[in-house]
Design a protein around this ligand. Structure first.
Ligand code: SF4
Length: 255
Protein backbone atom coordinates (compact mmCIF):
# COMPACT_ATOMS: atom_id res chain seq x y z
CA UNK A 1 0.00 0.00 0.00
CA UNK A 2 1.67 3.22 -1.12
CA UNK A 3 -0.49 5.54 0.97
CA UNK A 4 -2.06 4.45 4.24
CA UNK A 5 -3.52 6.19 7.26
CA UNK A 6 -5.94 8.91 8.24
CA UNK A 7 -6.28 12.67 8.65
CA UNK A 8 -3.91 12.58 11.64
CA UNK A 9 -1.07 10.70 9.97
CA UNK A 10 -0.44 9.39 6.49
CA UNK A 11 2.26 6.83 5.74
CA UNK A 12 3.69 7.21 2.27
CA UNK A 13 5.96 4.84 0.35
CA UNK A 14 7.24 5.12 -3.21
CA UNK A 15 8.29 1.47 -3.11
CA UNK A 16 7.16 -1.62 -1.18
CA UNK A 17 9.77 -3.95 0.28
CA UNK A 18 13.42 -3.43 1.16
CA UNK A 19 16.87 -4.42 -0.05
CA UNK A 20 18.08 -4.92 3.56
CA UNK A 21 17.33 -7.96 5.72
CA UNK A 22 16.83 -7.02 9.35
CA UNK A 23 15.93 -10.14 11.28
CA UNK A 24 13.12 -8.47 13.25
CA UNK A 25 11.51 -6.62 10.31
CA UNK A 26 7.71 -6.80 10.11
CA UNK A 27 7.58 -6.49 6.31
CA UNK A 28 7.55 -10.26 5.60
CA UNK A 29 4.51 -10.67 7.87
CA UNK A 30 2.75 -8.18 5.57
CA UNK A 31 3.95 -10.06 2.47
CA UNK A 32 6.54 -7.47 1.43
CA UNK A 33 9.94 -8.72 0.34
CA UNK A 34 13.24 -8.30 2.20
CA UNK A 35 16.56 -8.53 0.38
CA UNK A 36 14.71 -7.40 -2.74
CA UNK A 37 17.06 -7.30 -5.70
CA UNK A 38 14.84 -5.11 -7.82
CA UNK A 39 12.69 -2.41 -6.23
CA UNK A 40 9.74 -1.12 -8.23
CA UNK A 41 9.68 2.60 -7.51
CA UNK A 42 6.64 4.79 -8.12
CA UNK A 43 7.09 8.31 -9.34
CA UNK A 44 6.65 10.80 -6.49
CA UNK A 45 3.97 12.68 -8.50
CA UNK A 46 1.89 9.51 -8.70
CA UNK A 47 1.98 9.06 -4.93
CA UNK A 48 1.33 12.77 -4.29
CA UNK A 49 -1.73 12.44 -6.54
CA UNK A 50 -2.96 9.58 -4.35
CA UNK A 51 -2.63 11.79 -1.26
CA UNK A 52 -4.27 14.83 -2.85
CA UNK A 53 -7.24 12.78 -4.02
CA UNK A 54 -8.04 11.75 -0.44
CA UNK A 55 -10.63 13.76 1.41
CA UNK A 56 -8.85 13.24 4.75
CA UNK A 57 -5.52 14.92 3.94
CA UNK A 58 -5.25 18.18 5.88
CA UNK A 59 -2.68 20.74 4.84
CA UNK A 60 -0.55 22.77 7.28
CA UNK A 61 1.32 22.69 10.59
CA UNK A 62 -1.62 21.26 12.56
CA UNK A 63 -2.64 19.06 9.66
CA UNK A 64 -1.72 15.52 8.67
CA UNK A 65 1.66 14.17 9.76
CA UNK A 66 3.53 12.79 6.75
CA UNK A 67 5.54 9.67 7.67
CA UNK A 68 7.71 8.36 4.87
CA UNK A 69 8.61 4.74 4.37
CA UNK A 70 6.72 2.40 6.71
CA UNK A 71 6.75 -0.41 4.11
CA UNK A 72 10.20 0.38 2.71
CA UNK A 73 13.58 1.96 3.51
CA UNK A 74 12.88 5.42 2.13
CA UNK A 75 16.50 6.59 2.25
CA UNK A 76 17.94 3.63 0.34
CA UNK A 77 19.87 4.97 -2.64
CA UNK A 78 17.40 3.98 -5.43
CA UNK A 79 14.45 5.45 -3.50
CA UNK A 80 16.10 8.59 -2.15
CA UNK A 81 15.31 10.90 -5.04
CA UNK A 82 11.57 10.20 -4.82
CA UNK A 83 11.72 10.62 -1.03
CA UNK A 84 13.37 14.02 -1.40
CA UNK A 85 10.63 15.01 -3.88
CA UNK A 86 7.97 14.04 -1.31
CA UNK A 87 9.74 15.96 1.45
CA UNK A 88 9.93 19.01 -0.81
CA UNK A 89 6.24 18.84 -1.68
CA UNK A 90 4.92 18.40 1.85
CA UNK A 91 7.27 20.96 3.44
CA UNK A 92 5.88 23.50 0.96
CA UNK A 93 2.39 22.54 2.15
CA UNK A 94 3.44 23.35 5.72
CA UNK A 95 2.88 19.80 7.01
CA UNK A 96 5.11 17.98 9.49
CA UNK A 97 7.29 15.44 7.69
CA UNK A 98 9.26 12.62 9.29
CA UNK A 99 11.19 9.55 8.27
CA UNK A 100 13.15 6.78 9.98
CA UNK A 101 16.14 5.17 8.34
CA UNK A 102 19.07 2.84 8.77
CA UNK A 103 21.01 4.72 6.09
CA UNK A 104 23.39 7.65 6.41
CA UNK A 105 21.61 10.95 5.73
CA UNK A 106 24.16 13.33 4.26
CA UNK A 107 24.00 17.04 4.87
CA UNK A 108 24.15 17.83 1.15
CA UNK A 109 20.98 15.76 0.57
CA UNK A 110 19.02 17.73 3.18
CA UNK A 111 20.49 21.22 2.81
CA UNK A 112 18.26 22.26 -0.11
CA UNK A 113 15.00 20.95 1.35
CA UNK A 114 15.82 22.37 4.77
CA UNK A 115 15.44 25.86 3.25
CA UNK A 116 11.72 25.10 2.78
CA UNK A 117 11.12 24.52 6.49
CA UNK A 118 8.65 27.08 7.77
CA UNK A 119 8.54 26.10 11.46
CA UNK A 120 11.14 24.45 13.70
CA UNK A 121 10.72 20.69 13.83
CA UNK A 122 8.66 20.57 10.62
CA UNK A 123 11.10 18.00 9.25
CA UNK A 124 12.46 15.41 11.67
CA UNK A 125 14.73 12.45 11.04
CA UNK A 126 14.95 9.26 13.08
CA UNK A 127 18.16 7.26 12.87
CA UNK A 128 17.09 3.74 13.63
CA UNK A 129 19.22 1.20 15.50
CA UNK A 130 18.43 -1.85 17.63
CA UNK A 131 21.92 -3.23 18.17
CA UNK A 132 25.47 -1.97 17.90
CA UNK A 133 27.58 -5.03 18.57
CA UNK A 134 25.35 -7.39 16.58
CA UNK A 135 24.52 -5.02 13.77
CA UNK A 136 26.25 -7.17 11.20
CA UNK A 137 24.10 -10.22 11.86
CA UNK A 138 20.78 -8.62 12.89
CA UNK A 139 20.56 -5.60 10.58
CA UNK A 140 22.08 -7.10 7.44
CA UNK A 141 22.36 -4.88 4.40
CA UNK A 142 22.02 -1.59 6.29
CA UNK A 143 24.67 1.09 6.82
CA UNK A 144 26.84 0.33 9.84
CA UNK A 145 25.93 2.23 13.01
CA UNK A 146 29.17 4.24 12.71
CA UNK A 147 28.23 5.47 9.25
CA UNK A 148 24.54 5.90 10.10
CA UNK A 149 25.29 7.99 13.18
CA UNK A 150 27.19 10.57 11.14
CA UNK A 151 23.68 11.79 10.29
CA UNK A 152 23.61 13.45 13.73
CA UNK A 153 25.89 16.16 12.26
CA UNK A 154 22.86 17.39 10.30
CA UNK A 155 21.27 19.32 13.13
CA UNK A 156 24.11 21.83 13.51
CA UNK A 157 24.30 22.39 9.78
CA UNK A 158 20.60 22.45 8.84
CA UNK A 159 18.61 22.88 12.08
CA UNK A 160 16.71 19.63 11.40
CA UNK A 161 16.26 17.61 14.62
CA UNK A 162 17.76 14.12 14.37
CA UNK A 163 16.66 11.49 16.87
CA UNK A 164 18.10 8.17 17.93
CA UNK A 165 15.30 5.71 17.19
CA UNK A 166 15.67 2.47 19.14
CA UNK A 167 12.84 0.20 18.07
CA UNK A 168 12.17 -2.62 18.65
CA UNK A 169 14.08 -3.44 21.82
CA UNK A 170 15.39 -6.94 21.13
CA UNK A 171 15.41 -9.07 24.26
CA UNK A 172 18.90 -9.36 25.83
CA UNK A 173 20.47 -7.74 22.76
CA UNK A 174 19.60 -4.04 22.67
CA UNK A 175 20.06 -3.53 26.39
CA UNK A 176 23.55 -5.05 26.27
CA UNK A 177 24.58 -1.99 24.24
CA UNK A 178 22.92 0.50 26.59
CA UNK A 179 26.18 2.12 27.75
CA UNK A 180 27.34 2.52 24.19
CA UNK A 181 24.04 4.17 23.24
CA UNK A 182 24.34 6.49 26.23
CA UNK A 183 27.82 7.48 25.01
CA UNK A 184 26.39 8.29 21.59
CA UNK A 185 23.80 10.57 23.17
CA UNK A 186 26.57 12.23 25.20
CA UNK A 187 29.03 12.67 22.36
CA UNK A 188 26.85 13.39 19.36
CA UNK A 189 24.26 16.03 18.63
CA UNK A 190 21.26 13.80 19.35
CA UNK A 191 17.98 15.78 19.52
CA UNK A 192 16.22 13.05 21.51
CA UNK A 193 15.64 9.33 21.80
CA UNK A 194 12.66 7.15 20.92
CA UNK A 195 12.33 3.87 22.79
CA UNK A 196 9.65 2.04 20.86
CA UNK A 197 7.78 -1.22 21.23
CA UNK A 198 7.89 -4.03 18.76
CA UNK A 199 4.96 -4.71 16.43
CA UNK A 200 3.58 -8.24 16.62
CA UNK A 201 0.79 -10.00 14.73
CA UNK A 202 -2.56 -8.84 16.05
CA UNK A 203 -3.76 -12.42 16.62
CA UNK A 204 -1.15 -12.85 19.39
CA UNK A 205 -2.76 -12.43 22.77
CA UNK A 206 -2.50 -9.10 24.57
CA UNK A 207 -4.85 -6.16 24.86
CA UNK A 208 -2.50 -3.59 23.41
CA UNK A 209 -3.54 -1.08 20.78
CA UNK A 210 -3.17 -1.74 17.07
CA UNK A 211 -0.07 -0.48 15.25
CA UNK A 212 -0.66 2.71 13.24
CA UNK A 213 0.15 0.77 10.04
CA UNK A 214 -0.85 -2.57 8.46
CA UNK A 215 -4.63 -2.34 8.37
CA UNK A 216 -5.14 -4.18 11.65
CA UNK A 217 -2.60 -6.95 11.06
CA UNK A 218 -0.07 -5.68 13.62
CA UNK A 219 -0.27 -4.38 17.15
CA UNK A 220 2.13 -3.18 19.84
CA UNK A 221 3.77 -5.86 21.95
CA UNK A 222 3.66 -5.68 25.74
CA UNK A 223 6.36 -3.41 27.15
CA UNK A 224 9.26 -5.42 28.54
CA UNK A 225 11.23 -4.59 31.67
CA UNK A 226 14.26 -3.96 29.46
CA UNK A 227 12.28 -1.45 27.41
CA UNK A 228 11.10 0.35 30.55
CA UNK A 229 14.63 0.44 31.93
CA UNK A 230 16.02 1.88 28.72
CA UNK A 231 13.28 4.50 28.60
CA UNK A 232 14.00 5.51 32.19
CA UNK A 233 17.76 5.69 31.58
CA UNK A 234 17.46 7.96 28.55
CA UNK A 235 14.68 10.13 29.95
CA UNK A 236 17.05 11.22 32.72
CA UNK A 237 19.52 12.49 30.13
CA UNK A 238 17.69 13.68 27.04
CA UNK A 239 14.22 14.29 25.58
CA UNK A 240 12.79 10.75 25.32
CA UNK A 241 9.59 9.50 23.70
CA UNK A 242 7.93 6.16 23.02
CA UNK A 243 6.62 7.15 19.56
CA UNK A 244 8.07 9.35 16.85
CA UNK A 245 4.88 11.43 16.54
CA UNK A 246 5.42 12.67 20.09
CA UNK A 247 8.56 14.41 18.84
CA UNK A 248 6.48 16.18 16.19
CA UNK A 249 3.83 17.17 18.70
CA UNK A 250 6.55 18.52 20.94
CA UNK A 251 7.64 20.96 18.23
CA UNK A 252 4.27 21.94 16.83
CA UNK A 253 2.48 22.36 20.14
CA UNK A 254 5.01 23.43 22.74
CA UNK A 255 8.32 24.60 21.35
S1 SF4 B 1 15.90 -1.40 6.87
FE1 SF4 B 1 13.82 -1.24 7.74
S2 SF4 B 1 12.45 -1.94 6.12
FE2 SF4 B 1 14.53 -2.66 5.58
S3 SF4 B 1 14.70 -4.73 6.42
FE3 SF4 B 1 15.49 -3.32 7.97
S4 SF4 B 1 13.72 -2.86 9.32
FE4 SF4 B 1 12.92 -3.74 7.40
Amino acid sequence: MYVYGSKDRLFINTTLGCRSRCSYCYLPSLDYELGASNLMIKDSDYVIGMVESRSDFIQGKKGTIISLGCYSECWDEPVRESTVALITYFLRKGNPVQFATKRYVACEDIEQVSKLISWRGQLSIFISSTTLTKWNSIERGTDSPDIRFRSFDLTKKTGVPVYLYIKPIIKSVTISDLNKYVDIVKNKDVSGVIIGSKFIMSNESNNNKLAPISNGKLKYSKKSKEEEYMYMTFSQKVLTFTESVQAIDYWRNYA
